[in-house]
Write a protein that binds this ligand. Sequence first.
Ligand code: P6P
Length: 334
Amino acid sequence: MTTRLGTTITKKIMEEQRQFPKATGDFSGMLYELVVGLKVIAYEVNKAGLMSILGQAGSTNIQGEVQQKLDIFANTTLIHKMDHTGYLCGMASEEVDDIIEIPDRHPQGGKYVLLFDPLDGSSNIDVNVSIGTIFAVYRKISDHPKCTMEDFLQPGTQLLAAGYAVYGSSTMFVYTTGLGVHGFTLDPGVGEFILSHPNMKSPDKGGIYSINEGNSINWDAKTHKVVEHFKANDKTDGRPYSGRYIGSLVADFHRNLLKGGIFMYPPDKKSPNGKLRLMYEAIPLAFIAEQAGGMAIDATGRRILEIPPKELHQRTSLYIGSRQDVETVRKLLG
Ligand code: P6P
């Protein structure tokens, strides 16, 4: 509905559902439930400093990364929010080794699978830097009654929806179902996400490059050439670009989506396949980038959405953002 508050996310989801006459409402219902889960995470993140929920949990995840208490809270929140809805046949999380099946005590036969990074950038939690949640939704494709790995290892071209929440100076929810990218800002007083950025479009060429230059000793010659390109002095081309790197993928991506620019995480000696995760980081953000007129490739120049996944937690290099800037990188890496 559109109230004095503006257009709520409920109304936007319903508007999009109406474009699919055969829709049963399950997809919309699944998105509603997910949004509630994100609100719960936002509430906890935004008061983390006041609770004993900061700091390390004393455990590590499959990535070998030290888990923060909020990592585990966000992961548990999404799993418990979504596992009994009947909309999903399974989930996958950065924090969990294998696929997460729907317990037999809950409704079975869900049509969708949900993949997520429950709290990306969590090393920044204790220093009050923006962090985020990233998600991707596919249709179940296997004819097995329970979900199988085949349902998860689908290329990004098969995505039904993707989005993220960014917990920063305000909490925003940005998503696409293939009908453009829409941004909502949480009105904490009412607890509603209100449409604040309809039909988001990324500037075709930016003025920002985002990369961790602390890794430069591990870069290859082509990566040095790419970074030097954006740092070179060519006023006719708007260079040098400004360097901006938050260290939270969602925050860096969101800034570049709004202002224009390119985020790069190249392969290097430490991370020969890149550091970021294909299934629940690169693919969902690539879907959003392309829907907003941008572009996303890996170091070989492949479109992220066309990379055939082989493993649930596989890594990828990533160059994502304004179309002209990513095209420039593809030429320089060629
Ligand atoms: P580095 C956070 O841990 C993360 O997964 C992304 O959010 C972020 O873009 C990247 O890693 C930062 O990695 O190696 O620059 O610290």
